[in-house]
Design a protein around this ligand. Structure first.
Ligand SMILES: Cc1cc2nc3c(=O)[nH]c(=O)nc-3n(C[C@H](O)[C@H](O)[C@H](O)COP(=O)(O)O)c2cc1C
Length: 328
């Protein structure tokens, strides 16, 4: 039965398009969206065929990516004037969703996230370019911390000594990943370095700005002469960690929502961001990333924040490929 709260095909397209614009490890886009049987909500499913298994054997990054997509769905729901009641579901069979959004109620407040984040969904891109040396204002840092905390995740802006320690661990992890042929082959597949691109030296995929001490991954697939001169990177990157107390699938989904909420809010304020994930991908460097002062917490993500060029849009799957519409 169709009621006024039934999601229309246009609503579902708008929601899926927003979800599909989320950031994901290697742009793997490991999601599918399916309307609930009463057409009052949406299920978020993992797409196991798009798991990045060598880099992410536990599915941690996969669920962070799904969490980011879930947050975009919440923002898009607010844009449609709907309240999003979210249920995170425990790990189960492949056919089981990891989250369900009930969208049957009208929005209680027009801006549930403080600012209108909807335009930032399409405007947010990873910016791996050099940033300026301008500091992120303290008031904005405080807002980003609050945004993450509202999602149950701790955002910590790192002091200089911690930045240097985290960059050193990231470089170490980057070198270990580059020496792992299985990982490199997997990265190449996700970068779609098809035969025409073969022969690109592996260092084109990894760190090529050692002088700047930012082990930035290149996802452009361009040969090394297209890479950025080291000297133009900011002297001391501004890094933040996202931390959770536990390390369950729900924590990963929460981290993804927090990451995207912080990233969209940053985008609204003209702040750019990119992810430095290498050290989190190896168990012992991930363990060493912890600041002992934070207690027994789990580092889920390292974000680089700053002012600079916006980054460019990366390709996305078509809505038809990520939205399972019912037969009507
Ligand atoms: C869990 C996770 C890990 C990521 N790791 C990295 C990384 O190590 N280096 C990087 O440059 N980008 C990283 N990214 C960003 C993705 O590469 C990026 O989101 C994707 O290519 C889509 O591009 P966009 O963010 O511009 O939409 C990561 C994203 C996620 C969600």
């Amino acid at each position: 039965m169709t009621t006024e709260t039934t999601l229309t095909t246009a609503d579902l397209h708008l929601l899926a398009e927003a979800g599909g614009l989320a950031p994901s490890l290697h742009n793997s886009q490991p999601w599918r969206f399916r309307p609930t049987s009463d057409l009052h909500g949406l299920e978020v499913h993992a797409d196991p065929g798009r798991a990045v298994r060598a880099a992410d054997p536990e599915g941690r990054a996969l669920h962070i990516s799904l969490g980011a997509a879930l947050f975009n769905l919440r923002v898009a729901a607010a844009h449609l004037g709907r309240e999003a009641a979210v249920r995170l579901l425990p790990a189960g069979e492949d056919a089981q969703p990891c989250a369900v959004l009930d969208l049957s109620a009208p929005a209680r407040t027009p801006q549930p996230f403080g600012a209108d984040l909807y335009p930032a969904i399409a405007g947010r891109h990873s910016s791996r370019q050099p940033f300026t040396n301008r500091d992120v204002p303290e008031a904005l840092v405080a807002d980003l911390i609050t945004a993450a905390r509202d999602e149950g995740v701790t955002l910590t802006m790192l002091e200089e000594a911690e930045v240097r320690r985290v960059l050193a661990l990231t470089s170490e992890a980057e070198a270990r990943i580059a020496a792992d042929v299985v990982r490199e082959a997997e990265t190449r597949r996700w970068l779609r370095l098809e035969p025409s691109c073969d022969g690109i030296p592996l260092e084109a995929l990894g760190s090529h700005d050692r002088d700047a001490r930012i082990p930035m991954r290149s996802f452009t697939g361009h040969p090394p002469h297209h890479t950025t001169p080291a000297a133009r990177f900011e002297a001391l990157p501004q890094l933040a960690t996202l931390i959770t107390l536990f390390d369950s699938q729900a924590d990963w989904l929460r981290t993804g929502q927090a990451m995207e909420r912080v990233w969209l809010l940053a985008t609204v304020h003209g702040l750019r961001a990119s992810v430095l994930h290498q050290a989190v991908e190896i168990p012992d460097t991930r363990w060493r990333l912890r600041d002992p002062a934070e207690g027994p917490a789990h580092v889920q993500l390292v974000l680089r924040l700053g002012y600079g060029p916006p980054g460019t849009a990366s390709p996305r799957r078509h809505v038809e490929d990520i939205l399972d519409l019912p037969e009507r």
